[in-house]
Write a protein that binds this ligand. Structure first.
Ligand SMILES: [Zn+2]
Length: 421
């Protein structure tokens, strides 16, 4: 667009290179053309317009017309005008507008500006792409939905982050769908990462409770799912799903291990050495739960370890590699957190007390072994699920991602004179 219309590029010092000038009437013409183009496709009745996602704290256009205005509202005004213009060509085309973290501070004003028939997608990469046990629909969306506007949400059904992670948790999905139903959320754009059929259980669970939020229990749903899959022992599967579901939700709700990817945050080994690992249940800036923000107590942590071990045994009994390897992934992750938590108790900056040296050695090794177990199991899990025809295997990315976590802990242990295997 900027090649054809360079004057639409945001102007001024320090402006994000992708930012557009929304005061220039030409942008309304272009957006209207796009809405008409999409809206004329067969079967299309409404068009989603996604607002700018993230300008990384840089300003929008600073031209004389833009700089005194709220950038988000200028953009929305252009979208509304473009939609009205598009309706001159296709009078019945509907509009949906998707919010973002860039527009978050203006969302209430945006919703107030939009004509009542315009539908809204609430999206925020940190708050709706999320596995935490917390409500994610803000009160202004709930109010607007209860006043009759169609409000939708864009939410993770799989695990946040771009890694292959098995996640069978009816508990997580039931919780999310109940929040949405209670708050009159009318539509859902679900993200079953990393591939739909890697996430089939959670996706069906989404259909289950978005349709009937107060209906079946997690156990009843798992049982019905196993029967439809033709598993030999549906009740055994349901027991397994009941056991693994809450543990997996705790692990991923803590953004473990994906949170280690955020370069803006210290790694857990840095925090361990500095003595700055948070307490259980702490969420940094209320946004970053790594490593154990969704695990509120030692009791919960220990219960998770016990249940993960139990899930491994139940999966062995089922005799299906897919669920066995998945259980080993979750067991590996929760054990790595348990080891890290125990290390936090004994590793002090620059020293480990003599009486704690044996325990520390065991937990350093446990941490490393647990993540190595995940590396093996996640690859086997993907193989057991089966390759997606025509697409390469992707679990290797998870294995590669975990390498530096393992190496960091090995070198941290070495600083305290432990030689790990
Ligand atoms: Zn401008």
């Amino acid at each position: 667009m900027y090649e054809a219309y360079p004057d639409l590029k945001g102007q001024g010092e320090g402006v994000h290179e992708g930012a557009a000038c929304y005061s220039n009437p030409k942008i309304v013409d272009i957006l209207a053309d796009w809405i008409v183009g999409c809206g004329q496709l067969p079967g299309v009745t409404e068009v989603d317009v996604w607002l700018t996602e993230n300008l990384v704290q840089k300003p929008g256009c600073q031209c004389v017309r833009c700089r005194t205005q709220n950038r988000d509202l200028l953009e929305v005004r252009a979208v509304i005008d473009a939609w009205k213009k598009a309706k001159k060509t296709i009078p019945n085309v509907g509009l949906r507008v998707l919010t973002s973290e860039e527009t978050a501070d203006s969302n209430e004003q945006i919703i107030a500006m939009l004509p009542p028939e315009v539908k809204v997608w609430y999206y925020h990469s940190l708050l709706t792409y999320n596995n935490r046990e917390m409500e994610i629909i803000p009160s202004y969306c709930e109010q607007s939905a209860k006043q009759g506007r169609v409000i939708g949400v864009v939410a993770d059904l799989g695990v946040k982050g771009q890694l292959v992670q098995p996640f069978t948790s009816a508990h997580f999905i039931r919780y999310r769908m109940n929040e949405f139903a209670d708050k009159n959320i009318a539509s859902l754009m679900g993200y079953p990462r990393p591939r739909l059929y890697y996430c089939d259980f959670n996706t069906e669970a989404t259909a289950e409770w978005s349709w009937n939020a107060k209906g079946r229990t997690t156990h009843e749903f798992a049982l019905s799912w196993a029967m439809r899959q033709g598993l030999d022992d549906p009740e055994l599967f349901a027991q397994w799903a009941e056991t693994i579901g809450p543990v997996a939700w705790d692990v991923y709700g803590c953004e473990w291990p994906f949170g280690e990817k955020r370069r803006s945050l210290k790694t857990v080994t840095q925090q361990l050495k500095e003595g700055t690992l948070p307490e259980l249940g702490e969420v940094f800036w209320e946004l970053y739960p790594k490593p154990w923000g969704d695990i509120k107590s030692v009791r919960q942590l220990n219960q998770d370890v016990t249940n993960a071990a139990k899930a491994v045994k139940l999966a062995q009994k089922m005799g299906l590699a897919r669920y066995h390897e998945e259980s080993r992934v979750i067991y590996g992750y929760i054990n790595s957190l348990k080891a890290l938590y125990e290390l936090k108790q004994v590793v002090k900056p620059e020293r480990i007390a003599e009486e704690n040296r044996t325990a520390a050695g065991i937990y350093f090794q446990n941490y490393v072994d647990s993540l190595r177990q995940v590396q093996q199991a996640v690859i086997k899990w993907e193989q057991a699920v089966g390759p997606w025809p025509g697409h390469p295997s992707i679990a290797g990315k998870t294995k590669v991602f975990l390498n530096p976590l393992i190496e960091d802990m090995i070198s941290t242990a070495a600083e305290f004179d432990y030689q790990l295997n």
